[in-house]
Design a protein around this ligand. Structure first.
Ligand SMILES: Nc1ncnc2c1ncn2[C@@H]1O[C@H](COP(=O)(O)OP(=O)(O)OP(=O)(O)O)[C@@H](O)[C@H]1O
Ligand SMILES: [Mg+2]
Length: 837
């Protein structure tokens, strides 16, 4: 049996598929979906599912939930009450194990041909890898990944009468939003585009209800400390409130009002004046709709953008298939459907579609390789045994209701005839065979169909052995899987004195998978064996239209020490060719190897990223500072943009998003919230970068940049060497001139050149280095190795005391190298990539 597993933030499901079709395996308590919740009692006994979820009310400290949103990070999930600590990966693994137990309980078997686990389209490399590891740990050896919207699309075609057309998959789940534009033709699904928001789902709506309704009510009725939810005395209260808010939210899908009620006994907390706290607050559907409207409109905006980018309008789309719990909310369906002008599909079950689609897909995989590969769509056999050798070519797998069979034989030596018979009384009768014949075979229902091909001579004697041909009609097939993100390499660009880092795309979003290739780069600096020299290849998740490395997510780093490839003293010159042999399989996972032809070095194939280097921690004190720092950055970027372009409604929208994140951060201290905040801060900055590129803002933005550099030069004119000042002034003058010519790409280039030269000169200033050292010392949260950071800061302090500026400079470099690649560009002082184009 093959399995399809929907490993959801809130709920998970498992569907099996074999010759008899699809089969949903229910939970012990008879539910379609398993709550993704894990509870440990004090004796360490584990419970998973609805009962675990219910325990969150009584002992929130012992229940793990929502951990999918922490996948691919190093954040620990601490279950203090049970004295346990789990990684998000371990927690996911427990959920998978439980789903496998559900299958075993019904089938008695724990042997599976292969399994497909679904992931949000927005999952990056680290999150995908973590999911595969979780599956392996749960005992699944043959396992592949599939994007949730692709799975949903396949399920939407299952049993559908219309198996052609274009539709949108709108999947709003507990934690993530996924959107896909799908084209279907005869049951073959082609996902033309997908998009997603990693951090948008039902859990955010629960939070909104708490923050906008429950919190103000509490503040009005009780004397509470400033941030009660961060106070351990109220932890329980808020855990229970969260559950009740979710219940109320779900009620609002079918009712006009709901009450969030917690008795004094539920709350078990006293306010500052010693009063027993309770909650009794009503929320109307209208109020709830207002609260989530902005976020829903964000999904509408993404949908519009997707249609626009693909040259389509609403008329080109037949229907929207709504997937996920929150999409049962009437206002969400109505608003999205109305805003986009596309009718809603009401047939697909929003809770189990993803697992069903995954199962359909897993059936289409050939599991003789570890992560699975596509089964052949065509088959071919030869039959002989008598006078004739006949070759049969046929459709082996099809989502269509008909398949084609072609018989070819050299019949020149006599007269022959053939007969094909099959299920449901299908029979071609005897027909003469003249070299070749093409027959259309009906496939009345999904599953396996066996046809018998007979060929005989004119006298009725068999011309060759009868041959059986097996054809599978699938529920749906995936015509192609596409890369959901552009993956780029960080490279240094420009002449030596003006070099800066840019992203160079390896695999473009939308490329059909699997795909592989070789791209050549050059070493920027020489490498010497026997020294600590090394070179690094850094991989980025490259957001559309945002080219600056520090505004993108670093997803992997691949370091090669000189000592691994060179003899002591051996030198590899700057400019040496370095090849990256890259490959993205149809699970969306990247693998790379690196070769240096001049010294015949070929690194072994391995995963591109280093899990330690690639992961942020969002728990603990530092997790808070990390999120805080990102918000400060985003706010600074907004202020900067506003001073260039003035009032703008898009800017206001971004400002609101930042404000919301501030609120979220001050109200909660859990890792999940901090990750959400950190991601939002990055998205806001990416949006700003796009906004600044808009034609109507170009002039103002470039002028501002010119002015900023001019001011900097004026401030430092006495410390810079005259040549540099002269060069900068020339560049800036030309930039101003080109502005009046509206020659934007030229202006941009001049400004970039000027900025790079300015920063280079700035770094030479002792005062600047001291300032950087002070700032960086404080940013322990950005350090990969915290202990190393502490040692470096100590070292820097000693250098400072002894007035050793060069020493401080080195320490600054080392601190930057001990950060995520995207954060090593701090203060405009980038560590240049080891590679160049
Ligand atoms: N009838 C309903 N109306 C509104 N919201 C609902 C309803 N039923 C469930 N939800 C919400 O849906 C969310 C869970 O949805 P779902 O099970 O689709 O998510 P998931 O698949 O676990 O998450 P993801 O796909 O993001 O990983 C929860 O936030 C839950 O409160
Ligand atoms: Mg889901």
């Amino acid at each position: 049996m093959n399995l399809g597993i929907d490993l959801g933030t809130s709920n998970s499901a498992v569907v099996g598929v074999d010759d008899s079709g699809l089969r949903l395996f229910k939970t012990d308590d008879g539910k379609d979906v398993l709550a993704s919740a894990i509870y440990f009692d004090r004796r360490g006994h584990m419970t998973i599912g609805t009962r675990a979820q219910a325990q969150a009310e009584l002992s929130p400290d012992n229940v793990a939930q929502g951990f999918k949103r922490l996948m691919g990070t190093s954040s620990a999930i601490e279950l203090e009450g049970a004295n346990k600590s789990l990684t998000p990966e371990e927690a996911s693994s427990e959920i998978i194990r439980q789903l496998l137990r559900q299958v075993e309980a019904e089938t008695g078997s724990n042997e599976f041909a292969g399994a497909i686990i679904t992931i949000p389209a927005a999952f990056d490399q680290m999150q995908s890898e973590a999911t595969i590891r979780a599956a392996h740990a749960a005992g699944l050896s043959k396992v592949g990944l599939l994007q949730e919207p692709v799975a949903a699309a396949m399920a939407a075609l299952e049993g559908a009468t219309r198996r052609d057309g274009r539709f949108l998959i709108y999947d709003l789940g507990g934690g993530t939003f996924d959107l896909a534009l799908v084209e279907a033709s005869g049951g073959a699904v082609n996902v033309i585009a997908h998009e997603g928001i990693k951090m948008l789902g039902g859990r955010d709506f629960d939070r909104t209800i708490i923050d906008s309704v429950v919190r103000p009510w509490l503040a009005e009725n009780f004397q509470l400390p400033e941030n009660p939810s961060r106070d351990s005395r109220f932890k329980r209260l808020f855990a229970v409130v969260r559950m009740k808010a979710e219940v109320a939210k779900i009620e609002l899908s079918t009712r006009e009002t709901a009450v969030i009620y917690l008795s004094e006994d539920d709350a078990r907390a006293q306010d500052l004046e010693g009063n027993d706290v309770y909650v009794e607050v009503e929320i109307s559907r209208l109020r709830y709709e207002e609260l989530i409207k902005d976020r829903i409109l964000e999904t509408v905006e993404i949908s519009r953008k997707m249609l626009r980018e693909n040259g389509l309008s609403n008329d080109d789309i037949d229907r929207i298939v709504f997937i996920g719990g929150p999409s049962k909310t009437p206002v969400i369906r109505d608003l999205v459907s109305r805003e986009l002008g596309i009718p809603a599909d009401h047939k697909t079950d929003p809770m189990t579609a993803v697992a069903r689609g995954a199962a359909i897909f897993s059936e289409s995989r050939d599991w003789s390789v570890e992560k699975g590969q596509r089964k052949a769509a065509r088959g071919s056999v030869s039959t002989t045994g008598g006078q004739l050798t006949a070759k049969l070519d046929f459709t082996a797998r099809s989502a269509d209701e008909n398949a084609r069979l072609r018989i070819k034989a050299d019949t020149s030596g006599g007269e022959y005839r053939f007969n094909v018979s099959g299920p449901n009384g299908f029979d071609t009768g005897w027909a003469s065979l003249d070299q070749k014949a093409t027959i259309s075979l009906p496939l009345p229902k999904p599953g396996k169909h066996v046809f018998k091909v007979q060929i005989e001579q004119a006298d009725g004697k068999k011309a060759c052995d009868d041959q059986l041909v097996e054809i599978v009609r699938t529920e749906a097939t995936a015509a192609a899987i596409h890369a959901t993100r552009t993956v780029s390499v960080k490279v240094a660009q420009g002449p030596a004195s003006e070099r800066r880092n840019v992203l160079h795309p390896l695999i473009e979003k939308g490329t059909a998978l699997p795909v592989e290739g070789v791209t050549s780069y050059k070493l920027r600096e020489k490498l010497v064996g026997g020294t600590p020299d090394r070179f690094e290849v850094e991989l980025y998740d490259h957001a559309d239209g945002v080219d600056s490395p520090d505004l993108n997510l670093a997803i992997g780093i691949f370091a090669i020490p000189a000592d691994d490839i060179l003899e002591p003293g051996q030198v590899l010159a700057a400019g040496t060719e370095v090849n990256i042999h890259w490959q993205m399989d149809d699970n969306g996972l990247i693998r790379c190897e690196i070769s240096i032809p001049s010294i015949q070095v070929h690194s072994e194939r391995k995963n591109f990223y280093n899990p330690q280097a690639g992961q942020d921690r969002f728990d603990g004190e530092e997790g808070g500072s990390l999120a805080e720092a990102k918000l400060v950055q985003a706010q600074a970027a907004i202020n900067d943009a506003r001073s260039a372009i003035g009032d703008d409604s898009k800017l206001d929208g971004l400002q609101r998003r930042v404000a919301r994140q501030h609120e979220l951060l001050s109200n909660s201290s859990d890792a999940e919230a901090r990750r959400a905040v950190t991601e939002e801060a990055l998205h806001v900055q990416q949006e700003l970068a796009r906004l600044k590129e808009a034609p109507e803002h170009r002039r103002a933005v470039l002028l501002q940049e010119i002015e900023q550099i001019e001011e900097g030069v004026a401030d430092l004119v006495d410390s810079f060497d005259p040549e540099t000042v002269e060069r900068l002034n020339t560049l800036l003058r030309s930039a101003r001139e080109e502005i009046s010519n509206k020659n934007w790409s030229e202006v941009r280039q001049l400004v970039q050149q000027a900025r790079t030269i300015f920063q280079r000169a700035l770094v030479q200033q002792p005062g600047f280095i001291l300032h950087m050292f002070e700032t960086l010392s404080e940013e322990r949260h950005s350090a990969l190795d915290k202990n190393l950071h502490d040692r470096l800061v100590q070292e820097g302090d000693q250098c400072l005391e002894s007035g050793d500026i060069e020493g401080v400079r080195e320490v600054v470099g080392a601190i930057l190298r001990n950060r995520m690649p995207s954060e090593s560009e701090s203060g405009g002082v980038a560590i240049l990539s080891s590679l160049m184009r």
